[in-house]
Design a protein around this ligand. Structure first.
Ligand code: CP
Length: 305
């Protein structure tokens, strides 16, 4: 892959290599400076805790340098075209990590960048989150033999999770109100990929049905950044049926674990009791953001380990 704008930019082999390397990094630690002398610029239009800090820490641990660029402080904010920004920054740095409001803006940057571009979240995709999600499950399950259930809003996090599960042949069942499902054509695309990988991908409006075979139950906020004007309508549509609760966990496998990309809105998409329970592996998941970012950066910048 040249850029990592969505999961489908990577092959199954590349995804597995990155995930396994992340699991190794967590176990054995960081050694050497595989990207010494490389500089990564990070353009952020939106707030971030995990993505910003995990990428920064990963790059520093690998021997590289980071320049954090809030979009509001670039000439972008005064109307400089994305294509000029991309061509100029490509002359200074070795990779661009960008969190942008619109996926089309990220694609525009990638079209004009001569260095790898990594999606740090857009309205449509969050592929770096999905890498960390699967690495976490891989470690907890001891391999790829597990079932995933996603309950809640089918936004960027869910889309990237669907793509990675489809490519890697991981069974996934999604429960969401039908009006929040992706377009039928997109669902069919992922179902075809899943079938090709020997797996299945299912959509339902019934959370209890979706979690019945789950080893991991995953949710995200009902109202993502930039959707604040939809808050009341979304809360009406999702609550109480789609909240991940202790009661919902009773319908899943006995050892099922709870996952969330964070930040969490306790009492909305999940009960506080679930977040704080022994089932919750959210902090391992957050930690994996750093290890999968490290493995991705090394893969894209051609460092050797
Ligand atoms: N999960 C995630 O992307 O967290 P941040 O918004 O804090 O980066």
């Amino acid at each position: 892959m040249r850029h990592f704008l969505q999961i489908l930019d990577a092959s199954r082999d590349e995804l597995l290599k990155i995930i396994k390397e992340a699991v190794r990094l967590r176990k054995t630690g960081y050694e050497g400076e595989p990207i010494k002398g490389k500089i990564v610029a990070m353009i952020f239009e939106k707030p971030s805790t995990r993505t910003r800090v995990s990428f920064t820490s990963a790059i520093l641990k690998l021997g590289g340098e980071v320049i954090y660029l809030p979009a509001s402080e670039l000439q972008l904010a005064r109307g400089e075209p994305l294509k000029d920004t991309a061509r100029v920054l490509s002359r200074y740095v070795d990779a661009l990590v960008a969190r942008l409001n619109r996926h089309s803006s990220l694609e525009e940057i990638a079209r004009h960048s001569s260095v790898p571009v990594i999606n740090a979240l857009t309205d449509l995709h969050h592929p770096c989150q999905a890498l960390a999600d699967i690495a976490t499950m891989y470690e907890h399950a001891g391999g790829l033999g597990f079932n995933v259930s996603y309950v809640g809003d089918c936004g960027n996090v869910c889309r990237s999770l669907l793509q990675i599960c489809a490519l890697l042949g991981i069974p996934i069942s999604v429960a969401s109100p039908r009006k929040y499902w992706p377009a039928e054509q997109e669902i069919q695309q992922y179902k075809t990929l899943a079938l090709t990988a020997g797996s299945r991908l299912e959509f339902t409006e019934d959370p209890e049905e979706a979690v019945a075979a789950a080893d991991f139950i995953y949710t995200d906020v009902f109202v993502s950044m930039g959707m604040e004007s939809e808050y009341e309508a979304r809360i009406r549509d999702f609550l109480p049926r789609y909240q991940v609760s202790t009661r919902l966990f009773e319908k899943a496998r006995p050892n099922a674990k709870f996952m969330h990309c964070m930040p969490i809105r306790r009492g909305e998409e999940v009960e506080d009791e679930v977040v704080e329970s022994g089932r919750s592996i959210i902090f391992d998941q957050a930690e994996y953001r750093m290890h999968t970012s490290a493995a991705l950066i090394v893969h894209l910048l051609g460092g050797s380990r």
